[in-house]
Design a protein around this ligand. Structure first.
Ligand code: ATP
Ligand code: MG
Length: 155
């Protein structure tokens, strides 16, 4: 699926409105792929209010949502291995009553939960305003809403 930023945000907000906790969403993609854009949209959709800073330096932010679950937004980029990931309280992340949105999930290695969505974001050559979005169901995660619309791109 290829989405503009506003369509990605629209889908992310639908995810936040509809997803059931607990849930673990691994947000994959290189620097600038749109992982934080998507994470913020999901948090907004769940009714998280206020400023949503990037967790690049703080690694983990946890917000209460209007829907009653907490939203944990993590960016593991600066961590070097699963031991460091474990030390930040990993056991609780995406646990009971929490929706976890995790950027750079590859840093967690085998600590990633068995039930999750892997959401990949990738640049589209020659179209800097678009991203290719891949959804991979791993194990038995809660359902996600369908994408809002499909954009056809030539070439
Ligand atoms: N279709 C799109 N979807 C998402 N972001 C887009 C899209 N088109 C352009 N962008 C831009 O790409 C950038 C994505 O930045 P973002 O911080 O979300 O990346 P990131 O994947 O979180 O990177 P990092 O690994 O550094 O945390 C933003 O500046 C956004 O405006
Ligand atoms: Mg980011």
């Amino acid at each position: 699926m290829i989405l503009s930023e506003s369509d990605l945000e629209r889908w992310g907000q639908a995810v936040g409105r509809e997803i059931d906790a607990p849930a673990f969403l691994a947000l994959r993609g290189t620097l600038g792929a749109g992982k934080s854009v998507l994470a913020r949209a999901i948090a907004r959709g769940a009714g998280v209010e206020g400023h949503l800073p990037s967790p690049t330096f703080n690694v983990l932010f946890r917000y209460p949502s209007e829907r009653g679950f907490t939203v944990a937004h993590l960016d593991l980029y600066r961590l070097s291995d699963p031991d460091e990931v474990w030390e930040l309280g990993w056991e609780e992340v995406g646990g009971e009553g929490e929706v976890a949105l995790v950027e750079w999930p590859e840093r967690a290695g085998t600590l990633l939960p068995d039930d999750r969505w892997d959401i990949g974001l990738r640049a589209v050559r020659g179209r800097p305003e678009l991203r290719e979005v891949h959804l991979v169901r791993v194990g038995d995660p809660p359902e996600l809403p369908a994408f809002p619309l499909r954009i056809e791109v030539d070439g």
